[in-house]
Ligand binder design. Structure first.
Ligand code: ADP
Ligand code: MG
Length: 572
């Protein structure tokens, strides 16, 4: 895992080198300081050489300026390094999530994904900056300070260094506890995110059931759990911190007392004693740094582990190594003994055989839950067949790149997903390099022109989050305009008009039929009036395709379709 972590430094080698070398230099200056003080007290002061003192002060000033500058470099470039790494990881994770298959999103809460991409990575940048640098410098200072102290007075040096193993024990124990606590905390904040995502995107349902209190109570529980988890982490942190603080102060005290005793016995000069006390503080610094690291490490690594968990989840559906990129398909679709299940336990499609000719318009009818949508989701490979094969123009769709396959297929569904942005941007989602003329033309073909002209800002009108400011019919028209732009040879209309009133449906139907011209079109519909013009009708039931024929043939057959037909047209 550490190897993977360090691989993120590679693109930022130079930044790391600048930061690291500056930090080492700062550490060396810090190590040298007490020696200078000792010399000042023991040599310079007794000499009473004022000129020398002035010169030394000027030198000291220059050293301070240098170390200030280096500290700035460490702070700025170090954090820059950290942020760069954090941003790289976030980008990789987003790219990775974009490549995931439908099943992944079926099984993963949106809020959890959001949490991974945002919060979980917050501490990694800090760790990336402080991790290797602080560890190296801490060890260097520890060894350096001890060596110098040992040189001054071995007995006192050993007294001072004894604290290190004790500190390590306390710190390691604290580390283990904190690791657990932070990991737990990240899980809880992900729950909070998932809850927010759910109740905010579902707020209209919440309010229509007047379930606000219920949602508030649920949120309160998740939020409370998060609070407890974070509180627990801070408690462990505070405990570890205070124990370490207490131990370091005790050592300073012992060194002070024993050192004072040694000066009485003339084993130690005053300058040496002062320098020693200063070194104890130098010694405490790396210990502090290591404890801070021990705090940061589990925090950052907990996030990094979650990052890796997701990154290692390969997309279920991928291009084969030698997949073909097709530029144009005619749209002869063939299902060969296709079986499919969403999960192991329940088969949705069993041994489906189906053949659709290029240019044909085929309607799918049947009870809800029979598998109509599923059949259509298999064609763009949103899900992979479990057995059998689907081919288009004789090419197994698994041998074609997903990019080129999906470019040939357009889907209009019952609920149209619109993105935050303008009407123009939303139409252009069908073809991102479309010219203004192409967009206008598509809008015209979808009969959106008059509506857009009636808006004060026309094509630049913001449609509001998820298109909430548009009516159902307008949204469908927008989806149809997208399709005219995309202009795919294969078109899937999955209950595209089911949510509309009959009057609007009739009007939209006209646009849809214009869209369907010269394409292979699969229409899923509940209202039979909308499929009158289909070349063929397939009745899908839970047992598979039960009937297959022209509209009139099926009515004459006196089967499922005839019954459906009678029910729907008796009322009229
Ligand atoms: P239809 O479009 O004919 O109404 P679907 O194809 O949507 O039917 O669903 C067929 C069956 O598959 C149903 O039993 C449904 O519960 C199940 N199903 C649909 N989508 C999923 C999914 N994403 N995960 C698991 N099961 C699903
Ligand atoms: Mg469906």
């Amino acid at each position: 895992m550490l190897k993977k972590f360090f691989s993120f430094y590679k693109p930022h080698k130079r930044l790391f080198a600048i930061d690291f070398s500056s930090a080492v230099f700062v550490a060396i200056l810090e190590l040298a300081f007490p020696v200078a003080v000792q010399w000042f007290i023991d040599v310079l002061l007794p000499s009473r050489d004022w000129n020398m003192i002035v010169r030394v002060s000027i030198l000291l000033l220059l050293v301070y300026i240098l170390s200030t500058f280096l500290n700035y470099v460490v702070s700025y470039f170090g954090h820059k390094l950290g942020i760069n790494i954090e941003t790289d990881m976030r980008q990789q994770l987003f790219n990775h999530v974009q490549r995931q298959s439908f099943r992944f999103f079926d099984n993963t809460k949106t809020g959890h994904i959001m949490s991974r991409i945002t919060n979980d990575l917050f501490d990694i940048g800090e760790l990336a900056h402080h991790g290797p640098e602080d560890l190296f410098i801490a060890i260097m200072t520890l060894i350096g300070a001890f060596a110098i102290m040992y040189n001054i007075n071995p007995e006192l040096a050993i007294i001072a260094i004894v604290m290190v193993p004790f500190l390590s024990i306390v710190a390691t124990y604290g580390n283990i506890m904190m690791n657990k606590a932070w990991k737990n905390m990240y899980g809880k904040i992900a729950d909070v995110n998932a809850r927010v995502e759910d109740s905010v995107s579902g707020v209209r349902v919440v309010q229509s059931f007047t379930n606000e209190k219920f949602e508030i109570a649920r949120f309160k529980e998740d939020n409370g759990n998060f609070r407890l988890a974070k509180l627990r982490a801070y408690k462990v942190m505070a405990g570890t911190h205070s124990s370490i603080y207490m131990m370091t102060r005790l050592v300073t005290l012992v060194v002070l007392v024993v050192g004072a005793w040694f000066t009485f016995q003339k084993k130690l000069s005053y300058g040496e004693l002062v320098s020693f006390i200063l070194y104890v503080n130098v010694l405490i610094k790396p210990v502090d740094k290591i404890t801070a690291l021990l705090e940061l490490y589990p925090k950052g690594m907990a996030g990094f582990k979650r990052f890796l968990d997701l990154m290692e989840q390969e997309p279920e559906i991928k291009d084969r190594p030698n997949a073909l990129s097709v530029s144009h398909l005619n749209g002869n679709i063939e299902f060969d003994n296709v079986s499919f299940r969403y999960d192991k336990h329940k088969s949705v499609l069993e041994d489906i055989n189906l053949s659709i000719k290029a240019g044909e318009t085929v309607a799918f009818v049947g009870p809800s839950g029979a598998g109509k949508t599923t059949i259509c989701s298999l064609i763009p490979r949103f899900y992979e067949v479990n057995e059998g094969a689907i081919s288009i123009d004789g090419l197994n769709i698994q041998d074609v790149t997903m990019q080129s396959l999906r470019a040939q297929i357009g889907i209009v569904q019952q609920d149209v997903f619109l993105f935050t942005g303008t009407i123009e941007e939303n139409i252009a989602y069908g073809k991102k390099d479309a010219s203004v003329e192409e967009i206008r033309d598509a809008a015209k073909k979808a009969h959106l022109e008059d509506f857009i002209a009636s808006l004060p800002e026309g094509y630049n009108t913001q449609i509001g989050e998820r298109g909430l400011k548009l009516s159902g019919g307008q949204k469908q028209r927008l989806a149809i305009a997208r399709m005219f732009l995309k202009n795919p040879p294969i078109l899937i209309l999955d209950e595209a008009t089911s949510a509309l009133d009959t009057e609007t449906e009739k009007i939209i139907q006209k646009s849809l039929m214009e869209l369907a011209e010269n394409r292979t079109t699969l229409i899923i519909a509940h209202r039979l009036a909308t499929i009158r013009d289909a070349d063929r009708v397939l009745v899908v039931t839970e047992d598979g395709i039960a009937e297959d024929g022209s509209y009139n043939e099926l009515v004459a057959q006196d089967g499922i379709f005839a019954r459906l037909h009678n029910i729907q047209f008796q009322e009229v």
